[in-house]
Design a protein around this ligand. Structure first.
Ligand SMILES: Nc1ncnc2c1ncn2[C@@H]1O[C@H](COP(=O)(O)OP(=O)(O)OP(=O)(O)O)[C@@H](O)[C@H]1O
Length: 243
């Protein structure tokens, strides 16, 4: 089943900037999906529309078979989000933070299970501000899934983390996928997208320009890594728009 289905979505901001120009995006349930594209391509706009924060001007959008904007209330109960630079409440403990976010949902949530799942037991009673960036991000993820979402939106989840913390977060993200949660992430780290994603989509100037498994896109450009293939794709697109 499709977890996300966006068809011919358009969005122009009030100042006249056309952010999305007929975007089509399909995300299978249970996959890790990465949305890639240069600054200003329309990634954040897409995520904001899917999260019911922004209204599209035109287009059909279904999340878990429910329509946006009509069923936004229901949709938001099935979706978890970890925003970029998750801050949480710095003066509350790890446990209190997770408890707070869990309390926003009308569900029976086992906080201890979340603490163990994210290996936060050692930090349970530490204030959030005492944690390293990587562990803070774990609290963000634990909070984001505390409502037992079917889809998790992750906006650049590993920005600013050291290589070890990034890898450990990747393992956690894969574990969440293996539990059946659909993961939708935006990232500028192409190595991250290559290692983690089942499917990647590249958007450019408000439209989808590539979709595939990382290996398929690498093969298309006869490169070794997704980053090299992506850079080649960007070179071609910039060449087209210059000419
Ligand atoms: N509130 C806004 N008002 C006007 N224009 C906006 C607004 N938000 C975004 N834009 C413009 O819409 C276009 C798409 O922006 P968006 O933030 O969706 O891109 P992005 O792919 O997320 O970029 P980045 O990788 O830098 O986060 C850009 O040209 C941006 O300047």
């Amino acid at each position: 089943m499709l977890a996300i289905d966006m068809y011919d979505v358009w969005k122009t901001y009030r100042n006249g900037t056309q952010a999305l120009k007929g975007l089509n995006l399909q995300v299978e349930g249970g996959e890790i999906f990465s949305l890639l594209g240069p600054n200003g391509a329309g990634k954040t706009t897409t995520v904001k529309i899917m999260s019911c924060i922004l209204k599209p001007d035109k287009g059909k959008i279904k999340i878990l078979d429910k329509e946006i904007p009509r069923n936004c209330g229901e949709i938001l109960r099935e979706v978890g989000t970890m925003p970029q630079e998750f801050q949480g409440f710095s003066d509350l403990t790890v446990r209190e933070n997770i408890e707070y976010f869990a309390s926003l949902y009308d569900k029976d949530i086992n906080i201890d299970e979340l603490i163990d799942m994210f290996e936060l037991r050692k930090y349970e009673y530490k204030k959030l501000r005492e944690l390293s960036g990587g562990f803070k991000r774990r609290v963000g993820l634990a909070s984001a899934i505390s409502g037992q979402p079917k889809i998790l939106f992750l906006d650049e989840p590993t920005v600013g983390l050291d290589p070890k913390a990034r890898r450990s977060l990747w393992e956690i993200i894969k574990k969440l996928r293996d539990k059946g949660i659909t993961i939708f992430l935006t990232t500028h780290y192409l190595d991250e997208a290559e290692k983690l994603s089942d499917t990647v989509v590249v958007i450019y100037d408000g439209k989808v320009v590539r979709r595939g498994k990382p290996g398929e896109i690498i093969d298309e450009f006869k490169k070794e890594t997704l980053e090299e293939a992506y850079l080649e794709l960007m070179k071609n697109l910039e060449g087209e728009s210059d000419g």
